[in-house]
Design a protein around this ligand. Structure first.
Ligand code: P61
Length: 457
C-alpha cells in the first residue's frame, strides 16, 4: 500500500475550541500581537512548537504510574540512565528538567569571558546560555542553508572550512567545545549527514577540542540519514543514532522533542571531571543527581519515549506527514524553506511578504495573519528572535532568514487538521498584499520574542 498511516490509534481526546474572526482580532490586540501571549484555549491548531507537546503512548502513561518517586536512587532514574547509555555510549548521564538547564550547567562550567563556542547554528536558548556565561556563540552553517529554495539533502551541516579556520586561529585555549545541533532547528529543521558529523568530530580531535551534540531531534536526524545518505539504507535507526553519538564526547538533550515527553532533559558527558562539576551545579539548581529536576514518573516516561522514538514506522509517518504539509503548500505557490525539515515546515516570510522589509518583521506579521485567518498558532523564527537593534546607534541587524515555523507536535494532529492548515495558509497567501509590517513597542533584554509587544504599522 502506498498510503502511510498514523501507526497508532487514539484512545483519549481533547476538544478544540473554535473562535470567530472578530474574537481573534480582539485576542491579538490583547496579546500585543505576540502569539506567546495567547491563551492556548483560544488556539484551534497549535503549531507554536513541537517541544513538550507530544502525545504520550499508553506505554508511557503506564510508566507514569510505575515511576519510582524515591528522592535518591530512584529505579526510574536507573532505567533512564541505562536507556541513554545504551543509546549514546556516554559514561555520565545527568538528568535535568529540560534542555536549557543542561545548557546552563554545561556553559557555566566551560564558557566564560573570552571563550568562543561554534555550532552549525545555535538555537536561541543555547546562544543565550553561551552568551550569559560571557562567551561568544558563533554560527557556522553551510552557505546553501541560506538559500530557502535550493533542495539539498543535508542543509543542516556544519561549514567545515569555516570551522577549520576558526579552530586553527583560536585553538583549544579559546574554544572549550564545538557543538552540532541535530537536526538544525534554526536552519529550518534540516538534517546533518553522518559524513559531516564524522568530519566535525575529526576536526575537533585534531585540535584537541571536545565535540558535543545538541541532540533534541537525534531520531529524526537518524531517519534522514537512513533515507538520504548512501550506505545507511539497511542500517537500523538505533545503530545510526549510536554511530552519531559515537563521534561525540557528550551531548545536551531536551527530551521534550525526540524524548516524546512533556518535560525532561539531560546532559551526558564522558569526562569524569566535567561530570563531577556538573553534578555539583545540578544539586544547587536542579536537584539530586538521580532526579535532577524531574519527578520519578517523568524519568520513567522519558526512558520509554526514547525507545519508542526509534521505531521506524513512527519515524516514517513523522517525516512523511511533515513533508505532506510542505508539498501541499508548495503546490499552492506558498514559498517554503526547501526541502521540508524533520519537525516543521518553515514559511519563507521574505518571499511571502516581499513588500515588508526586515525591520518591520515580516515573520511576525505573517504569524499574526495566519492566526487571524484560522486560529492557527505558529512561531516567528526571524528578526524578532534573532535580529538586533543597537541601543546606541539604533542600527537594525536582521536575522539571516525571515521564517515562520509550523512545528508539528508528535502524534497529536491528524491529516484533516493538516488539510485545514493548508487551506488556511493558502487563503492568507491569496490576500498577502493586504498584510502590513509590525513595530516593537516593548522588548525585554534577552529572548525578546517571548514577551515583546507589537503594533501593526
Ligand atoms: C522549540 F520559542 N526548542 O524548537 P528546552 N536546542 C534546540 C531546541 O530546539 C531547543 C532547546 C535546545 C524549542 C522550545 C523553545 O525561544 C524558544 O527543553 C535545538 O526547551 O529547554 C528548544 O530545549 C532547548 C521555543 C525554546 C522557543 C526557546 O520550539
Amino acid at each position: 500500500m502506498k498510503t502511510i498511516i498514523e501507526p497508532f490509534k487514539i484512545k483519549s481526546v481533547e476538544p478544540l475550541r473554535f473562535t470567530s474572526f472578530r474574537e481573534r482580532e480582539a485576542i491579538l490586540i490583547n496579546a500585543g500581537y505576540n502569539l506567546f501571549n495567547i491563551h492556548a484555549d483560544d488556539v484551534l491548531i497549535d503549531l507554536l512548537t513541537d517541544s513538550g507537546t507530544s502525545a504520550m503512548s499508553a506505554n508511557q502513561w503506564g510508566g507514569m504510574i510505575e515511576g519510582d518517586e524515591a528522592y535518591a536512587g530512584s529505579k526510574s532514574f536507573y532505567r533512564l540512565e541505562q536507556t541513554v547509555k545504551d543509546l549514546t555510549g556516554f559514561h555520565h548521564i545527568i538528568p535535568t528538567h529540560q534542555g536549557r538547564a543542561a545548557e546552563k550547567i554545561l556553559f557555566s562550567i566551560i564558557g566564560g569571558e573570552g571563550k568562543i563556542v561554534p555550532n552549525n547554528t545555535h538555537f536561541d536558548t543555547t546562544r543565550a546560555n553561551v552568551e550569559i556565561s560571557g562567551a561568544q556563540a558563533v554560527d557556522l552553517p553551510v552557505p546553501v542553508s541560506l538559500k530557502p529554495d535550493v533542495k539539498e539533502d543535508f542543509k543542516g551541516n556544519m561549514n567545515l572550512k569555516a570551522l577549520n579556520n576558526l579552530l586553527g586561529k583560536k585553538g583549544p585555549q579559546r574554544i572549550p567545545l564545538v557543538m552540532l545541533t541535530v537536526t538544525n532547528n534554526s536552519n529550518a529543521g534540516q538534517p546533518v549527514s553522518m559524513q559531516n558529523i564524522r568530519a566535525t568530530s575529526e576536526l575537533c580531535r585534531n585540535y584537541g577540542i571536545p565535540f558535543f551534540l545538541d541532540a533534541c531531534r537525534f531520531a529524526e536526524n537518524a531517519y534522514f540519514i537512513k533515507i538520504r545518505e548512501p550506505g545507511y539504507e539497511k542500517t537500523s535507526i538505533r545503530d545510526i543514532a549510536r554511530e552519531m553519538f559515537s563521534y561525540a564526547d557528550g551531548c545536551t538533550m531536551s527530551g521534550k522533542k525526540d524524548g516524546l515527553v512533556n518535560m525532561g532533559g539531560f546532559l551526558a558527558v564522558n569526562d569524569d571531571e566535567l561530570a563531577r562539576n556538573a553534578r555539583n551545579l545540578l544539586v544547587v539548581t536542579e536537584g539530586f543527581p538521580t532526579y535532577g529536576g524531574l519527578a520519578g514518573h517523568d524519568l520513567e516516561a522519558f526512558a520509554r519515549g526514547l525507545d519508542e522514538v526509534l521505531e521506524e514506522d513512527y519515524l516514517k509517518y513523522r517525516v512523511r506527514s511533515v513533508s505532506y504539509l510542505g508539498e501541499a503548500l508548495d503546490k499552492s505557490g506558498v514559498p517554503i524553506y526547501q526541502p521540508p525539515g524533520g519537525h516543521a515546515i518553515y514559511l519563507d516570510a521574505k518571499a511571502f511578504l516581499p513588500h515588508i522589509p526586515g525591520h518591520e518583521y515580516p515573520g511576525q506579521a505573517l504569524a499574526c495573519a495566519i492566526y487571524l485567518a484560522g486560529g492557527i498558532r505558529t512561531c516567528e523564527i526571524g528578526s524578532v528572535m534573532f535580529g538586533k537593534t543597537d541601543p546606541h546607534s539604533g542600527e537594525f541587524k536582521a536575522a539571516r532568514l525571515e521564517m515562520v515555523r509550523l512545528a508539528i507536535p508528535r502524534r497529536v494532529y491528524t491529516q484533516s487538521h493538516i488539510d485545514y492548515v493548508i487551506e488556511c495558509i493558502g487563503e492568507v497567501f491569496q490576500k498577502r498584499e493586504k498584510i502590513t509590517g509590525m513595530r516593537i513597542v516593548y522588548e525585554p533584554p534577552v529572548l525578546r520574542h517571548f514577551t515583546a509587544r507589537f503594533n501593526p504599522i
